[in-house]
Design a protein around this ligand. Structure first.
Ligand code: ATP
Length: 293
């Protein structure tokens, strides 16, 4: 079984500055680092580290070869990532002494993925595969429609949140994952709470409080208890949780078990600094929680 992940690939360009620049100001940075980011890429890394096979669908520009290599090193199947003329998606992040930041995001290649190429690729999807996507690429509805026609299970992480983007794909979804703030935003936009959405399984992540799983056909709500963690950096917790959940389902785990595993991975993730590099693998989970965790 395979997870097909249509998702963003971003370069995170981080500049340390004495203060955040004002209008018209030129400011020298004291430190620079470049890392792999993007919700789609993070989820693919989490899926690979959770032991499932993941094919990433997306695009980078002429400057993005290093990101494909990085994904490959993490165990992601990168053969379906296109190299196109548009610049790679990237975030220019200024961080001041107090840790306050300012971010310019350029979606670039992430919003210029060829729909024709996607259609061709998804034509090879099979009914036991999972199609996952988030809201940082173009062609979300088209790709989900094709995947659904192939009988694939359709999962959507509604981030970055945009009510219209969720509404556009909702009828296609088997599984919707969103955080508590996003669930409230969706309620405001649709008048529907998680239990009333027309999606069979809805998962609402609740940070340090764990998660709720709604089975809308039976009206059941299952509480996924939080796993205690000393949180130092919550970046990527949601992406890690989603990746582990999807990988667990792909590996045949029942939903409840996949959710418990995702909560453990999320707890380890928040106790580490970093993004793709910091995403735990199954060995980390076993080391922390014991064999068979
Ligand atoms: P982010 O945008 O920061 O990546 P998110 O808002 O999408 O995250 P959260 O609900 O904050 O997602 O976190 C996802 C999951 O990670 C939670 O459901 C929980 O299982 C785990 N998690 C997050 N924060 C903590 C914490 N402080 N302690 C333990 N587990 C946590």
């Amino acid at each position: 079984m395979t997870v097909w992940n249509l998702g963003s690939i971003n370069a995170d360009l981080v500049y340390r500055v004495p203060h955040l620049p004002g209008p018209g100001e030129t400011l020298a940075s004291t430190r620079y680092s470049r890392g792999l980011g993007g919700k789609g890429a993070n989820m693919s890394v989490a899926i690979a580290r959770a032991g499932a096979q993941v094919r990433h669908l997306g695009a980078v520009g002429p400057d993005g070869g290093w990101m494909i290599e990085r994904l490959l090193e993490y165990g992601v199947d990168t053969r379906l990532i296109d190299r196109i003329g548009e610049a790679s998606g990237h975030a220019v992040i200024a961080v001041d002494e107090a840790g306050e930041n300012q971010i310019i995001l350029y979606p670039g290649a992430n919003r210029a993925i060829s729909e024709i190429a996607l259609a061709d690729r998804l034509g090879h999807g099979e009914s036991h595969d999972i199609f996952l996507f988030q809201n940082e690429t173009n062609a979300q509805r088209q790709a989900a429609t094709l995947a659904s026609r192939r009988g694939m299970r359709i999962a959507y992480a509604a981030a970055p949140f945009e009510a219209d983007a969720v509404k556009a794909v909702m009828p296609l979804l088997d599984l919707l994952i969103l955080n508590a703030v996003e669930a409230e935003q969706l309620r405001a936009a649709t008048g529907l709470g998680p239990a009333e959405l027309p999606v069979r399984d809805v998962v609402v992540t609740r940070g340090a409080e764990g998660a709720h799983w709604y089975e809308t056909d039976t009206g059941t709500r299952t509480e996924i208890p939080p796993v205690p963690a000393e949180a130092v950096d919550t970046t990527g917790a949601g992406d890690t949780f989603t990746g582990y959940l999807i990988a667990g389902l792909d590996r045949g785990l029942p939903m409840r078990q996949a959710l418990d595993l995702a909560a453990k991975a999320g707890a380890i993730m928040v106790s580490r600094v970093g993004t793709a590099d910091a995403i735990p693998d199954l060995k980390d989970i076993e080391d922390r929680f014991g064999p068979g965790a």
